[in-house]
Design a protein around this ligand. Sequence first.
Ligand SMILES: O=C(O)c1ccccc1N[C@@H]1O[C@H](COP(=O)(O)O)[C@@H](O)[C@H]1O
Length: 214
Amino acid sequence: MRVKICGITQPEQGKAIATEGATALGFICVPSSPRYVSAAQIRAVVTQLPENIDNIGVFANSTVDEIAQTVADSGLTGVQLHGDESTDFCYQVRQSLPKVEIIKALRIRSLEDFELAATYTTSVNTLLLDAYHPQQLGGTGKTLDWNMLQQFSPSCPWFLAGGLTPDNIVEALNQVQPSGIDLSSGVERAPGDKDLDKVAQLFARLRAKTQLDG
Ligand SMILES: O=C(O)c1ccccc1N[C@@H]1O[C@H](COP(=O)(O)O)[C@@H](O)[C@H]1O
C-alpha cells in the first residue's frame, strides 16, 4: 500500500519521513494554505530524497501553465488537483504532463459523490477521497464515513485521505482497502511542521497491522 505524507516544508523532515517508509511526500502549492511551499522550497526537499519516492504537488484551481511551470521548476513527479477542476481540465493537465501522475482529489459529502468520482477515472491516473469542509479545501483533520466507503470501488487506484492519524489508521483500514493512504494534519505539531514521533508511530502501527493480517 502507498503511504503519502502531505504538507512537507522542511528538507530534514522530508528525508526522515522517507526513511520511516513513506512512498510519497506531498507539497502544498496552494498560496492561501499555511503549508504553502514555493517550487524552490520543494526542490530543496526533493534533492535530498531517494529516487523511488513520489513527490506530489497539491494544487487547487491553478491554470495548466502554472502547474506545468511548478513541475518543471521543482522536480515533482505527481500533481494532486484538490479544487473544483473539471474532468476536461484534468485531461488537459494529463496531456500537458504525460510523465507525471495526475491525482484528482474529491471532497466527499454523500454517496452521490461516488458517481462524480467515477467520471474522472478516464481523465486521471489516481483518485483521492477527502472529507468535505464548508470553508477549507484540505488539511482539515476531518474524517470521512469509512463505512460508506465500503461501497466505493473505482476502476483506478485511489488514496484514502481526511483526518487520518496514528490512532485511527487501523480502524480505517479495517473498514476500507484503498490503494494508498494520505495523512497531513494527523502527523504534525503545527501546520507544515511534521511530528516525527507521530510519523514513527504511524509506521509502527501499519507494520503491526500487516503482520496481523498476514
Ligand atoms: O493541507 C493543506 O493545507 C491543503 C490545502 C489545500 C488543499 C489541500 C490541502 N491538503 C490536503 O488535505 C488532505 C487531508 O488532510 P488531513 O489529513 O485531513 O489534514 C490531504 O490530501 C492534503 O494533501
